[in-house]
Design a protein around this ligand. Structure first.
Ligand code: G
Ligand code: G
Ligand code: NA
Ligand code: MN
Length: 255
């Protein structure tokens, strides 16, 4: 079989899973959200990285069923944790939505269904988009994002600073959060350039009344520095790797 055929079957047979990576409020050290990350453990080939199967899913259109599955599963999972774990009550769920979904699927309908099907209030859902998702069709993007805000969902811009889009969209679109790409966080204590880019993104977000999430935090000194720079949230191996649904409740009880 080709990998495409196998991915189609994996989606149909519900063989993909989601892992959940905590996002921490830097000021308090408390968990505020989790990002849902798709995982594919192939029965013969073993784990296949999302950096391989997500692009494949985008090329083949399989990202449409995969994306709906991810939205439904993530919302159901958080609704369940809200019911069963008291420490989960204030946690938000962040779900990646591809530009292909934004262009070709009815994302608003998909989100509405995921919320209705799970009973999760929209305010507990965040949608992560990349810059490339936005530039393809700015007018449609604006309508879609405003409709998502109408469902009380939040909008996060993923991998900010790595795309090619103009800054003008930040003003025009209802974006709540900028995620500082991990490539800038990685070198920020050693390289002047990376530090200045991180600093500029945090300042820009603050002046536009947006929150910031720094990705890829691996060292306590990075977290401390980001906190003094005014970054609100952090995500990375320093806090937790992406956790399976089975492992997440124990993490939450102990943090
Ligand atoms: O853990 P990491 O290897 O999980 O993720 C690699 C890439 O795959 C990241 O860019 C991440 O945003 C993307 N990704 C992971 N899960 C999903 C998903 O459900 N949908 C989309 N569109 N992208 C995802
Ligand atoms: O594109 P996106 O930002 O969604 O990708 C998230 C990716 O970053 C995932 O592959 C996730 O596993 C990975 N990741 C999360 N935390 C860290 C970290 O602290 N260091 C590194 N190198 N990668 C991380
Ligand atoms: Na993401
Ligand atoms: Mn990212």
């Amino acid at each position: 079989f080709t990998l495409e055929t196998e991915l189609r079957q994996a989606i149909e047979r519900d063989e993909l899973t989601l892992s959940y990576q905590p996002m921490i409020e830097l000021k308090t050290g408390r968990i505020r959200a989790v990002e849902a990350l798709a995982r594919w453990n192939h029965p013969e080939r073993g784990p296949i990285s999302p950096s391989e199967f997500i692009p494949l899913a985008e090329e083949t259109g399989l990202i449409l069923p995969l994306g709906r599955w991810a939205l439904n599963t993530a919302c159901q999972q958080l609704a369940e944790w809200h019911r069963t774990i008291s420490a989960a009550s204030r946690i938000q769920m962040s779900v990646n939505v591809s530009g292909i979904q934004l262009a070709r699927d009815d994302v608003v309908e998909a989100v509405r269904e995921a919320l209705a099907g799970s009973g999760l209030p929209g305010e507990h859902l965040k949608i992560e988009l990349t810059e490339s998702a936005i530039i393809d069709n700015p007018e449609r993007t604006k309508r879609v994002l405003e409709a998502l805000k109408g469902l009380d969902a939040q909008i996060a811009m993923d991998d900010f600073g790595t795309g090619y889009s103009s800054l003008a969209y930040l003003q025009r679109l209802p974006i709540d959060v900028l995620k500082v790409d991990h490539s800038f966080v990685k070198g920020m204590l050693e390289e002047e350039d990376s530090f200045e880019i991180v600093n500029a993104i945090i300042s820009l977000a603050r002046s536009l009344m947006m929150d910031t999430v720094a990705e890829g935090i691996e060292r306590p000194e990075q977290a401390a520095r980001l906190r003094t720079m005014g970054c609100v949230y952090g995500q990375g191996y320093l806090y937790a790797r992406p956790l399976s649904a089975a492992d997440f409740p124990a993490y939450l009880e102990n943090c």
